[in-house]
Every structure is written in C-alpha cells, then in structure tokens.
Design a protein. Structure first.
Length: 417
C-alpha cells in the first residue's frame, strides 16, 4: 500500500499555472474515472480550488502510474513543464499535508475555514463516483475530525481574516466612505457570500448580486439588503459599481476590456476597484491596464492578508502539535491494515484444518467410536496441526544469531520470561 499526493498551490505556482490545471465541476467526474482507471491506482480524490489543485491516491506498490505524468497528460501540458511547480508527498507526509490543509495551515489566509468545506466536497464527489475506498476514506474522515479538534482547541479561527475579508479591507482603503459606494458582486458562492456579508457589515451603500442562477442571487441579496440580477444583465450595471468582486466557476473571462471601457465613459472616469478571486480568472487581465481601474487578483491580496494574523500564527503552533500526534495515530491504524491479510490467511488456514478434523471426528462417531477417544484425538491432532509450522520456524530461528523471531513469538503469544 502506498499513499501519494501531487499538487500545486498558491505558494508554488502563479495563478496562470493554477488555472491551467484546475478541475471544474464539469470535468471532475471524467478526471476521477480516468485516474481510477490508471494502472496501480486503487483510490483517488481530487481537490481543486482557487488556490490549489491536489491529487490524492492510494497506489499498489508495483507498477503504479506516476501521478505527475498523468497530470501533464490530462491537461495536455508539455512533458515536465509543470515539474517546477508540483510538489509530491508520500506515506506519512501525505497524512500530515492533508491534515494541515484541512486545518487551514497551508492556506493563503492562515486558518481560513473555507478549505475544509471544499475538501469535504471533493471527498463527497469521490464517494459519489466510487473512486474512494477504505484507506483514503479513513484518511479524509480523520482529517475532518482533526480539523474540528483544532478549531475547538485553538484560536486558529478567531480572527476574521479571509480572501473575502482582505478584498473588503482593501476596498475600505480606496473608498473611505463605503456608505456612498455601490458594490457589484459576480457569483453567489461561498466567497462572494462572505464578501457580501463583510460589505454589509461595513455599511456599504448598495449591493448588486449577479449570477447565472437568479434564484441563488436573490437568496443572497435578501440577506444583505441587496438586489439580484441575471449574469447576462451584468454589463449594463458595471457603470453603477465602485467596487466589483467576482468569483464564478466560468472557464472563460466574463468581463472584458471593452465592457469596462464603456462603463468608464459612463462614469466620467470615476475609478472602479475590481477584485478577481476566480481561478480561472473572470476578468480579462488587460482590464488592469485601463486608467481609473484598480484590478487585483487573488495573488495580489497576499500583503493585505498578512495583517491580523499573529494570533493565528500562535494558534498554528498548537495546531501543528495536534497534527503531529494525529499523524502517528493514523499511521498506527495504517500499519494494522498491513497485518489484516496475514491475520485473514492464518484464520482461513486454521478454519480449514479444524473443519477437516471435525468432519473426520463426526465420521468416527457415526462408526461407533467412543466419544471421549474421538475428542482426545481431535484436540491432540488439531493442536499439532496448528503448531507444527510455527514450532519448526522457531527451532530454525534458534540456531540463527538473530533471534528476532523468538522475541516476536514471545510478544505475539504474550509469554512471560
């Protein structure tokens, strides 16, 4: 059994690379099926978010596929072109990495809670498409438990810091009076919901929610005193917006340079602050070259995120201690799984021997043999059968310099000195 993880995240790859190897909800089922079909892959889970794409696999020891090569091939990337951005973990490093990710210790915003929900969604997808089994299933459930423990036992989530919070904090620096500003939020997912709540709590004047599904937009808008529009109406409302925050699952940009230029003319050059949190990006990068446009992507928020993190850093040290102990806890379980096939084989062998001798004893009883004699012979023969090979191996071990087998037998059968 071998556990491996391959991936890229915000620390190893720029947004342009991350968006090229992201798995969207439409392609994920096919990717899981394709990966599970590769030689040596027993289980697979794919985690794909704005800031990371990671592939977790349980592999057979022999002739297993190189997951890094599979990522290149699946995304039609030139051979080895992603190597400088990819990281790889094996064995207990996979366990430690997943626990750190689930607890928010590997996130752009230290301790952010969104990643746990995203990992749970990835695990649910893998379950739905039958690409996860006992080992990865146990590992991910363990990660969820440890993340809950870290949230309960440390102050890792106490500071209100997130990508959405950082975006709103930057907006407050540019527009000192949010009460006179209008925000256009594109999308209706968790990040946009957080941004909407932060804006609402900071007294934003107006909030417009644009989404492909108008019902979702309306549901969010009612919670933040905003109003909802269909995504197709969004270009006509750009000119109203002082702040634009976008986070959708679109594979192509939904806001282009031409649309923004027209909005600026209507606004008579009043500036627009834009934050593109999506991966792949929702706003064409060329928009950032326009005068009076302040465009930020997720990578640009890093410096802002550094503020208000010291308490989380302190809590992270506590979390690392919890994770260290929980890695060993899971490794202990994993080691017991290596013994399962041996235990099963021993039991099957013992049952085969006992069934054979039991049938023989029944025949003797049917033929009139004395029950006491039959039972004595059954017990003696079964004992000899079960202990013959272990006894032979121990006698052989006794003649060797290395007597590890003898010590193992003493421990296995709980024999006192």
């Amino acid at each position: 059994m071998q556990l491996v993880a391959y991936g890229v995240n915000h620390t190893t790859a720029p947004v342009g690379i991350r968006e090229n190897i992201a798995f969207n909800p439409e392609t994920l089922p096919g990717a899981l099926t394709a990966l599970k079909a590769q030689p040596g892959v027993i289980e697979a889970v794919i985690v794909s978010t704005c800031n990371r794409t990671e592939v977790y696999c349980h592999l057979e020891q022999d002739d297993a596929i190189n997951i890094g090569e599979w990522l290149h091939q699946y995304h039609n990337a030139q051979a080895n072109s992603l190597d400088e951005y990819l990281y790889q973990h094996e064995g207990d490093d996979v366990i430690r990495h997943l626990l750190r990710v689930a607890c928010g210790l590997d996130s752009m915003v230290l301790g952010e809670p969104q990643i746990l929900g995203q990992i749970k969604t990835a695990y649910s997808d893998a379950l739905h498409h039958r690409s996860v089994g006992k080992s990865l299933g146990r590992l991910f459930q363990h990660a969820f438990t440890v993340a809950k423990q870290v949230r309960t036992d440390t102050a890792i989530g106490n500071s209100p810091v997130s990508v959405a919070f950082a975006a709103v904090s930057l907006a407050k620096q540019i527009f000192t009076n949010l009460a006179e500003s209008t925000a256009l939020l594109i999308g209706a997912g968790e990040t946009i919901e957080l941004a909407a709540r932060h804006l609402h709590d900071n007294g934003i004047g107006r909030i417009i929610i644009a989404n492909r599904t108008i019902e979702k937009a309306h549901h969010l808008a009612t919670q933040v005193d905003g109003y909802a529009i269909n995504l197709s109406e969004m270009p006509t409302h750009i000119a109203e917006a002082d702040i634009v925050i976008s986070s959708t699952a679109s594979q192509l940009p939904i806001l282009g340079k031409g649309t923004v230029e027209r909005a600026l003319k209507e606004r008579k050059r009043r500036p627009i602050f834009m934050v593109d949190i999506a991966v792949p990006r929702d706003i064409e990068p060329e928009v950032g070259n326009l005068e009076d446009i302040y465009l930020y992507c997720v990578d640009d928020l890093h410096d802002i995120i550094e503020e208000n993190l010291q308490s989380r850093r302190d809590a992270a040290l506590q979390a690392e201690e919890i994770i260290d102990s929980q890695v060993e806890h899971f490794m202990s379980w994993l080691r017991t799984q290596d013994a399962v096939p041996i235990i099963r084989a021993i039991r099957e062998n013992a049952e085969e021997e006992s069934n054979y001798l039991l049938q023989k004893a029944k025949k003797q009883l049917e033929q009139g043999a004395l029950p006491e004699q039959v039972l004595d012979e059954l017990a003696r023969t079964l004992t000899n059968k079960l202990l013959h090979e272990p006894s032979r191996q121990l006698r052989q071990s006794g003649s060797d310099v290395d007597n590890n087998l003898i010590e193992a037998a003493r421990s296995l059968f709980n024999l006192k000195d």
